[in-house]
Design a binder for this molecule. Structure first.
Ligand code: PMV
Length: 325
């Protein structure tokens, strides 16, 4: 038997602008994770059990673009494992789905790690990341790649997508991760984040497409907005690396205002952001694609209960307190 797991994630700074080549910061959220377990089986075929989504099926009965089936087919294809082995695969996840916490990327990463360890040899993080990016592209169109990166490395990540490089070549010619800047970094002092879930699915594909329409209609204006977001993300990394978390709160508030300008916030997200600030958070912003999903608040650890209950009173369906170390 082989098991592998991968954490959830949040985007701390720079969502949306990251699609246009500006830097973004993301953090792993280890309080939630996806896990894949693989066993040799006496029954014919590859049987998948994912009790959380009530899935108990033979691989061949699933459409080839089913998120789990796509991972297995792609892995068997690239690893040239033949004949197909008989397997039982169990997938569990405590990461809320479609909320911007990286549940899809975490399932992919956990599953491909378990498959490669069980059937061939463990893939390196670079191989896992490239594989997970290809799967993200199948489901999300033109993702920046930040989700699969932070989930694979399970460390705070500073990420810059290589857009100008990509513009010169078609996507199929560009190896996943090629030309991207991926730097893991370490906070000088721990800080605490509360994550508040609106309970509304985050339609990331739509919000990314809407921002693209805004940008196409007035590139000069939106390039300027993305530049401001990029500067905030760079400054935030510096503050984290010197342990100055107070200014980090202001930077979160500024980033949220720019996301509102991009039209990707929502009344529910704004309500949670306001509630967190009123309950004493140092700063707060939406996290991820927006319109739904999660918001995050930077807090002093002793305020965790107060901010969490204020978020719940303002409509949060769930909260997670995570320490970034
Ligand atoms: O909704 P999430 O957490 O998967 O984040 C999407 C982040 C965007 O910057 C909006 C899109 C992307 O591909 O980076």
């Amino acid at each position: 038997m082989t098991t592998a797991s991968a954490p959830g994630k949040i985007i701390l700074f720079g969502e949306h602008a990251v699609v246009y080549g500006r830097p973004a910061l993301a953090l792993p959220v280890t309080q939630v994770h996806a896990e894949a377990e693989i066993l040799a089986s006496n029954s014919t075929g590859i049987w998948i059990h994912a009790p959380g989504i009530h899935l108990h099926a033979d691989l061949n009965s699933l459409p080839s673009d089913h998120p789990i089936a796509a991972v297995i087919h792609n892995f068997l294809f690239i690893s040239r494992v033949s004949p197909f082995p008989n397997l039982e695969i169990k997938i569990t996840s405590s990461i809320p789905v479609a909320s911007g916490l990286g549940s899809g990327a975490a399932v992919t990463v956990a599953l491909v790690r378990a498959l490669s360890s069980f059937l061939v040899h463990p893939m390196t993080d670079e191989e896992v990341n490239a594989f997970a990016y290809d799967i993200e592209k199948l489901h999300h169109g033109t993702p920046s790649g930040i989700d699969n990166t932070v989930v694979t490395y399970a460390k705070p990540v500073y990420f810059v997508k290589a857009t100008s490089f990509r513009a010169e070549r078609s996507d199929s010619e560009v190896e996943a991760g090629e030309g991207n800047i991926i730097e893991t970094f370490k906070p000088a002092a721990p800080f605490t984040i509360v994550i508040g879930d609106t309970g509304i699915p985050a339609p990331t594909k739509e919000s990314v497409a809407d921002v693209r329409r805004l940008w196409e209609a007035d590139k000069a204006r939106w390039e300027g907005v993305f530049d401001q977001v990029g500067e905030i993300a760079k400054e935030a990394r510096t503050r984290i690396e010197i342990g100055d978390w107070r200014l980090l709160g202001d930077l979160m508030n500024q980033n949220h205002a720019l996301l509102q300008e991009m039209t990707v916030s929502s009344p529910e997200l704004d309500r949670l952001v306001d509630a967190a600030r009123k309950a004493g958070a140092v700063g707060a912003k939406l996290s991820g694609g927006g319109r739904g999903g999660n918001m995050i608040a930077l807090i002093q650890p002793e305020n965790a209960d107060e901010v969490s209950s204020a978020l719940k009173s303002a409509g949060a369906k769930g909260t997670i307190v995570t320490q970034v170390i």
